[in-house]
Design a protein around this ligand. Structure first.
Ligand SMILES: [Zn+2]
Length: 247
């Protein structure tokens, strides 16, 4: 349980950082020359995008959607294609309830070792699964484990994806654990950061992610009370058109 001290410290940080960032809402940087467009942060001290990888997961995602809704928070869900194929209605519900979906590949491989052709196949199969389930293809992708080589950016560019969305603060939540540790890690999160969390597991069906729910139950009300907003990755980088699966 975070104490009052951590909340006060957090609110103080917000005050010091406040003012400068609101007008820079849409400006996204830095863009890496070598690895292509990379999104790492939200350029506003009152904005904290929440991202959830490796779902959809029928054991947790529905409860997570209810929790986010309670605090007017919208998340970005980087889904794995084969999990989407197994749970298409859940993927559709995520989008229908106002959240964004990103492409997290079909089978969650380490992309460093894959050829451009294999990477493209992983992305296109996931893209098709999401488009079949929801009617919309994601604009952003997140490489599994955050691992990527210089061959990824040209694949994204040629395929019409906006780029890769990474994170600035990981919650180290990808294994079942008591919620206490994650609640304490969450105390360090600040506005302007993109948070990495997990509602699923690449290789386990119905993975236990109850610690993610318990931690957000503690922190969402505090963040909301401090004026933090929870935009999606797509909100940060709005463009008009969705990327078709055949791009
Ligand atoms: Zn992942």
């Amino acid at each position: 349980m975070p104490g009052e001290d951590s909340i006060i410290e957090w609110a103080t940080g917000l005050t010091i950082a406040g003012g400068a960032g609101l007008t820079a809402w849409a400006a996204v940087s830095p863009w890496s020359e070598l690895f292509g467009p990379v999104l790492r942060r939200a350029d506003s001290p009152v904005s904290m995008p929440l991202t959830f990888d490796d779902g959809p997961n029928p054991a947790i995602t529905p409860a997570l959607l209810d929790l986010l809704e309670r605090y007017g928070a919208r998340g970005t869900f980087f889904m794995i294609g084969r999990h989407v194929r197994a749970n298409p209605q859940l993927a559709a519900e995520v989008l229908a309830r106002g959240h964004a979906i990103g492409n997290h590949t079909e089978t969650h491989p380490n992309l460093i070792w894959l050829s451009p052709a294999r990477i493209r196949e992983e992305l296109l199969r996931c893209q098709e699964a999401i488009e079949d389930a929801t009617g919309h293809g994601p604009r952003w992708m997140r490489p599994p484990y955050g691992f990527r080589g210089p061959q990824l950016a040209p694949v994204l560019r040629k395929g019409g994806w906006a780029g890769m969305a990474l994170w600035s603060r990981a919650m180290f939540d990808w294994k079942p654990q008591p919620p206490g540790k994650m609640i304490r890690r969450m105390a360090r999160a600040r506005g302007g950061e993109i948070l990495l969390m997990h509602d699923g597991d690449p290789f386990i069906e119905r993975a236990d992610r109850s610690h993610v729910l318990r931690s957000l139950e503690q922190w969402l009300p505090r963040w909301a009370e401090a004026g933090i907003k929870f935009p999606t990755i797509d909100d940060l980088t709005a463009r008009s058109a969705a990327i078709p699966a055949t791009a």
